[in-house]
Design a protein around this ligand. Structure first.
Ligand SMILES: [Zn+2]
Length: 304
């Protein structure tokens, strides 16, 4: 009898503790924070020469992305990870998107596209435009997502899209949206990340809710407590700059596909050679990526 009582007491006392421990471990292991910062540092280093479309810096970035996708067990969306495309902008360019797939457990034929552009401005007047915030930050977050999915497979299939040629007029996303074989009604939403690693005011914006009732409702009920402010706006209804067409999500929006775009206000190093790893805010960045993963969870569990 005493033994049973002891056992019952043990269960009652230790069960919440175990639960708490599990939640804590889960929170801690969303992704490897040190690795995430290392990715931003590497991709914005001199070796990548500003990752301009068609340069060897871009080729190097692509290899880096594919290596990470392999290591994180992300499958190619098509026959290979690479989706080449051509366009003319003063001269001929060849861009290459890198597209990975994580299959959904419940709705494998319905897709959430998580995107970030990997190209930047390259070298101009002998100066490297490092593009740490723009957009090594968003790109590296794709790897954090891939890592997260290894332990927490999504219900819907997820396309991890590293788009090329954003800086040359959103060309990579334009090609992808126009040429995908997936019916548009099965592309449920685009979550786009472009510049998410620094904010003097500790503010991350999410645009795309103003014209979409479901997303508006979803975000108004979002209360993940973390150390940054997630603000809705910048989508044409609040007197702030309208970011609806500011990055790759624009091409999804033009086809009527809902989007959530995550980004920060422009800063003094925006499109300057000084957009370097040293100038990002690591604590803000890590919180931003965790917050976006929490938003993803809500989207994945919702009825889009
Ligand atoms: Zn950008």
């Amino acid at each position: 009898m005493r033994k049973i009582l002891l056992l019952i007491t043990f269960c009652f006392i230790s069960f919440p503790a175990i639960l708490l421990a599990q939640t804590e471990t889960k929170q801690c292991t969303l992704f490897d924070e040190i690795e995430l910062l290392k990715h931003v540092k590497s991709l914005s280093s001199q070796a990548f020469e500003g990752r301009r479309t068609g340069t060897k810096g871009a080729v190097k970035a692509r290899k880096y992305i594919i290596n990470q996708f392999h290591a994180l067990q992300v499958k190619p969306l098509g026959k290979s990870f690479e989706e080449p495309f051509f366009f003319v902008k003063k001269k001929n360019y060849e861009g290459v998107n890198v597209l990975g797939l994580v299959e959904g457990t419940k709705f494998p034929k319905k897709y959430i596209v998580i995107s970030a552009h990997y190209d930047h401005e390259g070298i101009k007047n002998g100066k490297i435009y490092h593009g740490a915030d723009d957009n090594a930050s968003g790109l590296s977050a794709l790897f954090a997502f891939a890592e997260y999915f290894k332990k927490n497979p999504p219900q819907h299939s997820v396309i991890l899209a590293a788009f090329d040629s954003e800086e040359l007029g959103l060309q990579g996303s334009k090609y992808f949206v126009k040429n995908t074989k997936i019916p548009y009604e099965d592309l449920l939403i685009n979550l786009n990340m472009d510049m998410i690693s620094r904010s003097d005011k500790n503010e991350l914006y999410v645009a795309g809710t103003s014209e979409n009732k479901k997303l508006k409702y979803l975000m108004s009920n979002f209360n993940y407590s973390c150390n940054i402010k997630l603000l809705t706006g910048h989508d044409g209804y609040d007197g702030l700059d309208n970011w609806t067409y500011a990055s790759d999500h624009a091409n999804f929006h033009k086809q009527g596909i809902p989007f959530l775009y995550f980004g920060v206000e422009d800063h003094k190093d925006y499109h300057e050679p000084s957009d370097t790893f040293e100038n990002i805010h690591p604590e803000f960045y890590l919180e931003a990526v965790k917050t976006i993963i929490e938003v993803f969870k809500k989207v994945d569990q919702s009825n889009l």
